[in-house]
Design a protein around this ligand. Sequence first.
Ligand code: SF4
Ligand code: SF4
Ligand code: SF4
Length: 375
Amino acid sequence: MATRENWQLGRSMQYPFAAPPPRRQVAYIFDANKCIACQTCTLACKTCWTSGKGQETMFWNNVETRPYGGYPMGWDLKLLDKRPPAAWKGEVCETKTIFEDGGPLDPPTGHRPVTEDYAAPNLGEDDVAHGVQPGTHFDGEHAAWMFYLPRICNHCDSPACLAACPRKAIYKRDEDGIVLIDQERCRGYQECVQACPYKKTFFNMVSRTSEKCIGCFPRVEQGQVALCVESCIGKIRLHGFLTTQGPPRADNPLDYLIKVRKLALPLYPQFGTGPNVYYIPPLHVPTGILEQMFGPGVEEAKRLYRAAREDRTLLGALILFGSQDRIVERFEVQGDEVVGWSGAGEEVTRVPFTEPQHLRAAYDATWGAYRHNTT
Ligand code: SF4
Ligand code: SF4
Ligand code: SF4
């Protein structure tokens, strides 16, 4: 076992391999306040990457309703049941990670879903915790609540899938931290399926290999955001890179929102894999429940989000979400606009804080036409 720093846990931890961090780390932020579960992201990924034989029930991107939904069924509950609840002392997680539960030669703690667990990808859709009570109001946390949780592979800092693979078929790319399965090396032992706490590797019964989200790497190599990000109707997603060589940069929108302002939080950081999909927690959901999912920063993230309207830089970073098909690596607020640049320094987006409105007269003399209710 090697010792690694895990910034999400505020401590070092044990992991089967020593490896330097990649040159930069792909990362995503999903704003759980804005997702409408339209599943456009799911279909964009499915039609592009998993429309083949053996991939019928395989969703690299899925959107589930919390608290009752989950794909595959009970993916997190089955692991949480095996382990003590996360215990945090300040920002330090004192609970063992899935790599530290057993001896140095033991695989990460996990479980392998059965075929039926993949049969109902949207089980529990729109079910509300505690039912809808008379007198429920929309001020602060709700007695009755649900929220949509979009999920893809986390391209983890310390991937459990990679650690568990006896064939060394799984690797993490140095140029961007994307985690991939080499289909030539994979023999379908499914140790990755068992080990991934997020259940984001899938066994293909036709090819007899395991497959997973490829991070849309052919697009990333061209500077484009992932398909599930570009297609998002709710504009809830931001795709970019975290700085791994040196301190976080306040002009990098991912560094800024995740590490500088700590508005976006990892999902189940206590598992220890260092997941790189970060969530802005939903304001209306009880904080205690969210802290088990996203760690101790929930209350502060909610406070920041509520105050974002008065914070130009924070608001500027938030309105970058879904505003372009290119990856923004640097941003700056300029007057009433936020501007984003690619890694090559090309301007790829310019978003106004307030959308302009154009009022037109009902009668257009040029065309002799009447227009009603147009702005
Ligand atoms: S989410 Fe699972 S499949 Fe993806 S890198 Fe992490 S451990 Fe591997
Ligand atoms: S990053 Fe690409 S491959 Fe991964 S879930 Fe999104 S669309 Fe699918
Ligand atoms: S496309 Fe966006 S809003 Fe629609 S379900 Fe996916 S993440 Fe949610």
